[in-house]
Ligand binder design. Structure first.
Ligand SMILES: CC(=O)SCCNC(=O)CCNC(=O)[C@H](O)C(C)(C)COP(=O)(O)OP(=O)(O)OC[C@H]1O[C@@H](n2cnc3c(N)ncnc32)[C@H](O)[C@@H]1OP(=O)(O)O
Ligand SMILES: O=C([O-])CC(=O)C(=O)O
Length: 371
């Protein structure tokens, strides 16, 4: 038995949710470029869960269900108020989502119907939890969700406490579409491993949030913003990046296990970043990002992934960097729960083997005789 480091190239599940073939990403057979241009995030979530785009009545029903489920129990709000104010937002989200399970009477109902309802419930509640965490951190009261508006609009409304402009809503909605699913990425794999023991959907999503938090995965978008802040100006880009490359440091937001010729989502986020900058009359963040992109691509042959331009997009939407990875989770919970439903449908416990590389033939020595 020989281990494959990082499971590179190992096919660990059969799935009909999303595919990456020759650098082309599809959700249920629809090219991501098509969906990013035309679909709302709610349509995409329905597509991931139920395998088809919703008709008008199905979409309206989903929007209604999401609105009905968007409030969170007061007990969870009280708990969130007791978290340390300087805690990592993904750590707080992980705790709050775990707490939501305690107040869901269906948490351990393993029927398909109950799990579909819980997928919608988790999707509806995550934006409310994250907006509440952000406001509590700022010493403000959480804002209750609005009925009858999209997830993107509701999230920005709950965050800012006022109706957001259409441009911001459209940009966030498109970013949510682009992040919704991505085959067997680390957090989705974590979710599938967890529920393959026949544990519940909340346990699966909590595991996934833990995996997404890391800077090699979803946490990279936050790390990109820290890097942009450290660089500070267009003049500093070249010395900063060249120094990092010489020291063989990682440049966050670049490289990908599966895409070697570029992430198909990055171009949409790059365009969004440019357009938001032009609209605000300040393209400094975009210009710095493009310069980093040109340097890393030419010097190292690494291309930007989904996390790179999303950092400047979210900042230009007035969102603080500590919410970037939680926003990724608002979108990806649709994919996680679709994969969880799929795992339950055709389940077998996920239990690979390890190649043992430790010592052998050890003999027990009593503690008083050990050096
Ligand atoms: C939503 C997402 O999760 S997208 C990914 C978000 N993560 C990041 O942006 C973090 C930065 N990127 C990385 O750490 C990696 O590229 C990962 C984690 C995304 C992929 O990791 P792997 O598949 O193991 O990387 P891979 O084997 O292709 O790396 C090949 C070489 O490129 C180097 N490399 C990969 N990414 C980077 C980077 N961002 N900066 C500098 N060097 C890099 C590796 O160190 C390795 O060098 P070596 O052969 O000298 O050891
Ligand atoms: O697929 C991966 O390894 C990481 C990624 O891009 C994602 O989860 O969107």
């Amino acid at each position: 038995m020989t281990a494959t480091k990082g499971l590179e190239g190992i096919v660990a599940a059969a799935s009909s949710i999303s595919s990456i073939v020759d650098g082309v990403l599809t959700y249920r057979g629809y090219n991501i470029d098509d969906l990013a241009q035309n679909a709302s995030f709610e349509e995409v979530a329905y597509l991931l869960w139920f395998g088809k785009l919703p008709n008008d009545a199905e979409l309206k029903q989903l929007q209604q269900d999401l609105s009905n489920e968007a409030t969170i129990p007061d007990e969870v709000i009280q708990q969130m108020k007791s978290y340390p104010k300087d805690t990592n937002t993904m750590a707080a989200l992980r705790s709050a989502v775990s707490a939501l399970a305690l107040y869901d009477g269906e948490a351990d109902d393993m029927s398909r119907e109950a799990n579909e309802r819980k997928a919608v419930r988790l999707q509806a509640k995550l934006p409310t939890v994250i907006a509440a965490l952000a406001r509590i951190r700022e010493g403000k009261e959480p804002v209750a969700p609005l009925a009858g508006v999209s997830i993107a609009e509701n999230f920005l409304y709950m965050l800012r406490g006022e109706k957001p402009d259409e441009v911001s809503v459209k940009a966030l909605d498109q970013a949510l579409v682009l992040h919704a699913d991505h085959e067997l990425n680390a957090s989705t794999f974590a979710a599938r491993v967890t529920v393959a023991t026949l544990s519940d959907i909340y346990s699966g999503v909590t595991s996934a949030i833990g995996a997404l938090k890391g800077p090699l995965h979803g946490g990279a978008n936050e790390a990109v913003m820290k890097m942009l802040n450290e660089i500070g100006s267009i003049e500093n880009v070249e010395p900063y990046i060249m120094n990092k490359l010489e020291n063989r440091d990682k440049i966050m937001g670049f490289g990908h296990r599966v895409y070697k010729n570029g992430d198909p989502r990055a171009k949409h986020l790059q365009k969004m970043s440019r357009e938001l900058g032009e609209m605000k009359g300040d393209t400094q963040l975009y210009d710095m990002s493009v310069k980093i992109d040109d340097l890393v691509t030419s010097q190292k042959g690494l291309r930007p992934n989904v996390d790179f331009y999303s950092a400047s997009v979210y900042t230009q939407l007035g969102i603080n960097h500590e919410l970037f990875t939680p926003i990724f989770a608002i979108s990806r919970v649709s994919g996680w729960t679709a994969h969880i439903l799929e795992q339950y449908e055709n389940n077998r416990i996920i239990r690979p083997r390890a190649e043992y590389v430790g010592q052998t033939d050890q003999k027990y020595v009593p503690v008083e005789q050990r050096a």
